[in-house]
Design a protein around this ligand. Structure first.
Ligand SMILES: Cc1ncc(COP(=O)(O)O)c(C=O)c1O
Length: 425
């Protein structure tokens, strides 16, 4: 399910009317927080009550959003130590924070163990480091190992992580026994982590991955029996795809959870802690960007609308247009949907100093005039978080709203030139 353009336009009209877009705001980023809440509730309802839903901070690291999520009762997945710190600063309980990174330093590991967060090690070498540190350190942390189930790649290779080769995790086929030996050797190793990719992975791939993990857990737990220990923390990662086009029909959260349940029914343990790490599914469809059209340039056979966001916010879309897409529509200066189709196709170009900074190429749109807004849909995940400093443009203001913008909160003020100077100093 996506926000319709009518829903977005209705909210935008109210936001413009109530003065949320000042003349100096060349763009505005909006989050429908009612929609976000529904997504979170949907996830919570689809899985057993005691599941830890550690939402991937990298998909949307706005502090105000992290605070909202905390109030909704979910945890956080950190892909770096600064992300972990951010979650702690937002008062997430350490046991609700999951720390994943393939490049943790000794210092990072020591600090994570000190705080007592759940750590997913990414390699045998990291397990060795953790073991060394634990000889002299007490911790409340639980620890897992990321394995690559090697079930194949999805539609987008660069965001798939379960091919024969992946830079993440330990490949299960080649190292099956060596991984089991690690569980036997390290009494503190009680978790397993698998994340197969982000966007583009069909349900079948998840199904195969979770079946492989189930088989591995069962055989390993049989070996562990004498020691009285089990693998009892299962982190299934994120990766539930979302719709970026009307014709996309990604699986629902219920269909996804059925796949998980079906695989884990075969687990030979009664009690385990399930962790999920959704990111895109939580944020993508509830966010949008409205960017003012500064100029419309005319050339034979094409018009170019120049707007104020481009590759700085839509890194993936601009550099890998074959993999990533965002629908666009046009509203007038008051937020009213423009209708009809111009005879001439449009290029929607960003403001940055390279000719490839293009968000849409030769598309049919209503007639665009200076002062209109181009609205970019499904822009809530892996967009702002990938913000690039090229050309030093100020990050736009971000607002959140409930009930079609009857209630509005500022999630982040527009970046000032002073803050930007600080960044480069
Ligand atoms: C380890 C890990 N967990 C969770 C996620 C979140 O994935 P998604 O946003 O597709 O749900 C990612 C993203 O790539 C990831 O690398």
């Amino acid at each position: 399910m996506r926000l319709t353009k009518e829903q977005i336009a209705e909210s935008l009209i109210k936001l413009i009317d109530s003065g949320q877009i000042k003349p100096e705001d060349d763009s505005l980023i909006g989050y429908d927080l009612s929609f976000l809440e529904k997504r979170i509730m949907g996830i919570q309802n689809a899985f057993p009550k005691n599941t830890l839903h550690a939402i991937a901070i990298k998909a949307n690291p706005l502090t105000s959003i992290l605070e909202i999520l905390k109030r909704l009762g979910v945890g956080a997945e950190a892909a770096s130590f600064p992300e972990l710190n951010q979650a702690l600063n937002c008062n997430y309980e350490p046991e609700t924070i999951v720390y994943d990174s393939p490049a943790k330093t000794v210092e990072d590991i020591k600090n994570a163990l000190h705080y007592g967060v759940h750590i997913n090690a990414d390699s045998f070498a990291e397990l060795t480091r953790i073991d060394e540190i634990l000889k002299t350190t007490k911790t409340n942390s639980t620890i897992g190992l990321r394995v690559n189930p090697q079930v194949g790649v999805g539609a987008i290779e660069s965001s798939s992580t379960a091919g024969e080769y992946s830079k993440f995790g330990v490949p299960l086929t080649e190292f099956y026994e060596k991984i089991q030996e690690a569980y036997l050797a390290y009494p503190w190793l009680t978790g397993i982590h698998v994340h197969i990719g982000s966007q583009g992975c069909p349900l079948e791939l998840f199904k195969n991955a979770y079946a492989r993990i189930t088989e591995f857990i069962n055989t390993t737990n049989r070996l562990l029996k004498k020691s009285g220990r089990t693998i009892n923390i299962i982190d299934i990662g994120g990766g539930l795809p979302v719709a970026y086009r009307n014709e996309d029909s990604p699986p629902t959260i219920e269909e996804f959870s059925q796949v998980v349940n079906h695989a884990f029914e075969k687990l030979e343990i009664d009690d385990y802690r399930l962790i999920t790490e959704f990111g895109r599914y939580v944020f993508a469809n509830c966010g949008w960007v409205a960017s003012r059209v500064e100029y419309v340039k005319h050339q034979p056979g094409v018009k170019t609308a120049l707007i104020h966001v481009g590759a700085d916010m839509f890194v993936r879309r601009v550099y890998r247009p074959q993999d990533w897409h965002h629908d666009l529509f046009v509203v007038d200066k008051d937020g009213r949907l423009k209708t009809g189709i111009d005879d001439t196709p449009y290029v929607i170009a960003g403001p940055l100093c390279f000719s490839g900074d293009i968000l849409a190429n030769h598309i049919k749109l209503p007639c665009i005039e200076e002062g209109d807004f181009v609205v970019i849909r499904d822009a809530g995940a892996y967009t702002l978080s990938m913000w690039s400093r090229y050309n030093s443009r100020c990050m736009p203001k971000v607002v959140g709203y409930y009930d079609n913008a009857d209630k509005v909160i500022i999630l982040k003020e527009r970046e000032t030139a002073g803050r930007l100077n600080e960044f480069w100093s």
